[in-house]
Design a protein around this ligand. Sequence first.
Ligand SMILES: [Fe+2]
Ligand SMILES: [Fe+2]
Length: 376
Amino acid sequence: MTREHTVLFVDDEVNILKALQRLLRNENMNVVCASRGSEALEIMEKIPAQVVVTDQRMPEMTGVDLLSQVRERHPDVVRMMLTGYTEMNIAVEAINRGEIYRLITKPWNDDELRATIRQAFEQSDLKDEIKRLNQITREQNFKLQDMNRNLEAKVRERTKQLAAKHQELQTAYVQTVGALAEAVDAKDSYTRGHSERVGVYASKIAREMCFPKEFIERVYIAGLLHDVGKIGVPDRVILKPDKLNKEEYDLIKQHPEIGAKILEPVSFLSDVVPCVRHHHEWFDGCDRGYPARLVGDQIPLPSRIILVADTVEAMTSDRPYRKALDLDAVNSELTKYAGSQFDPTCVEAFLRLLGREGESFIKKDQKFDIYEFIEG
Ligand SMILES: [Fe+2]
Ligand SMILES: [Fe+2]
């Protein structure tokens, strides 16, 4: 602590002031004197004293009054009273009211008085130090709060950016794989747009079944990608207009497995993989289903929905060996195979939709935005 120590003595007796100055001559402090209360207050406006020692009985203003004003104007100043035994009651009262830090009696003991003044400075320095530390703590708290706010904002911003990037990547990937599926469909003029339409029909059925939007989205993506494995099936099989022989049929039956293998390395499509793998299982688990001959609930629900959508799409599109079938034919085919090939609840949901929408359900050029559809 390097600040200068100043003590102010107030007494109307010049001799006492002189004696006090002499007493503290060799101490490392400034000694300032005033002979009246008003003078003391004036001095304090100009000179920052840390300690004030006053007599009680003075003209104009008593010591107690002076200290009470000092307390008001300079609350940090240490206030002491130097008084004779006759004014002891007044002084004690002032101490009790908190006006005075300490009382020194006249006549004083030199060593005691010096020690008391020193203690008063220590007390003042201590208060000052506490104030300083509090101030630093407050400032640091502000800084910390500020940093926290900045940090939170940064984290929020980065999280948003990452989420956007993630969404971008996801969309890009789905588009890429969707383009692959489209490329497969496009090999054959008869199946152009098949995958996209299966995605659309399947998500409509899923919504009809009141599933949450995450599920509907998954059904759509799985529908879009369900035949992506056909890319690994030779063109001569894919493009063959006639009935397939046993060897060719075995090759085409590999497309769900190949599709699953293509999608497997992509972590965010992990829940789409089984839907693609099992989209040709039969609900009753018979050997016409593939690749795993799963039964009922064992088959992922999106796969069961996709199978219905896939059948509807295939039946209502032209094929080299037949024209597109009408909705009555679709209706009776699905009804006939509900419970054996198809999950009856998926068929019911589709038939409800068909009852409401009729021909417009299978309109080939319907504009479809999955996110708009889910929200809507
Ligand atoms: Fe398929
Ligand atoms: Fe298909």
